[in-house]
Design a protein around this ligand. Structure first.
Ligand SMILES: [Zn+2]
Ligand SMILES: [Zn+2]
Length: 259
């Protein structure tokens, strides 16, 4: 069983450093190598972690004689060691503190690095980068960086989980007679077969053209691309078209009599 002093020397977990990363729609779907920036605590570059201003001779705090702690008692309580009010626990005279780090020896510095964004991340996903964050005051293990992902929209395509959605516009003869049309998916252009008699608002699916996701078993699956059909009806027709349409309607066999 650990004794009390061992438990108390256990360093507190360093808080993560947060940073933002914007991805376009396809980067989020397919994964990407991206650069991130963050501000993290490191050994102060001005004083090299020595806490005193460069070129200034170190002299100890007069209150605590450099220990950083003083014995103080409150009414009714036993005297205990507390951070020295003269130096805030630093042990150095305030005039000597490094200006950049305020005598702590650690300062925020900008860093940048490349990270691998996995395929299929969603808006507001938090990517955890271990041991690249703040260096704590004890100067032991660095904390983590948490990258909050923002995914940009893409005109004409939307996504829900692993499935992608888009709309295809068809001329009405193509919907009636059937055709093959090209559809833009996250994996490139694909041919979609429109069956004869496809109705307005019908949904057709290109299986396996969606977003990768990890199932409960750990295996990778892929969602689908769903296309909603928008049958385009012309607002105006030429006199010739009108004559043909009237002729067509005159000879149309009622649906009840169709075989
Ligand atoms: Zn410093
Ligand atoms: Zn002091």
């Amino acid at each position: 069983m650990p004794n009390k002093s061992e438990t108390s020397t256990q360093p507190a977990k360093t808080k993560p450093v947060y940073t933002q990363l914007t991805l376009d729609f396809l980067e989020a779907v397919l994964g990407a190598q991206k650069g991130i920036q963050a501000e993290v605590l490191r050994i102060c570059p001005d004083c090299n972690g020595r806490r005193i201003r460069p070129g200034v001779a170190s002299s100890s705090c007069g209150f605590c004689r450099g220990t950083g702690q003083v014995l103080r008692s409150r009414a009714g309580a036993k005297a205990a060691l507390r951070d020295c009010p003269g130096c805030g626990g630093r042990g150095l005279q305030a005039q000597q503190w490094c200006r950049r780090c305020g005598g702590v020896g650690l300062a925020k510095v900008p860093i940048s690095m490349q990270i691998k964004v996995p395929a299929g991340v969603q808006d507001n996903t938090v990517l955890r980068i271990p041991s690249q964050g703040d260096l704590p005051e004890g100067r032991n293990k660095q904390g983590d960086i948490h990258v909050v992902v923002a995914v940009q929209e893409l005109e004409g395509m939307s996504r829900r989980g692993a499935d992608v959605y888009s709309i295809v516009s068809l001329a009405y003869p193509d919907a009636i007679l059937g055709c093959s049309t090209e559809v833009g998916t996250v994996r490139g252009q694909r041919q979609l077969k429109i069956p004869a008699g496809t109705q307005h608002d019908a949904r057709l699916t290109l299986p396996g053209e969606g977003v990768d996701y990890r199932g409960a078993s750990g295996a990778t699956h892929r969602g689908s691309h769903h296309v909603t059909v928008n049958v385009h009806l012309p607002r105006n027709v030429t006199p010739v078209e009108k004559a043909i349409l009237l002729e067509l309607f005159a000879m149309q066999i009622p649906e009840s009599q169709q075989v």
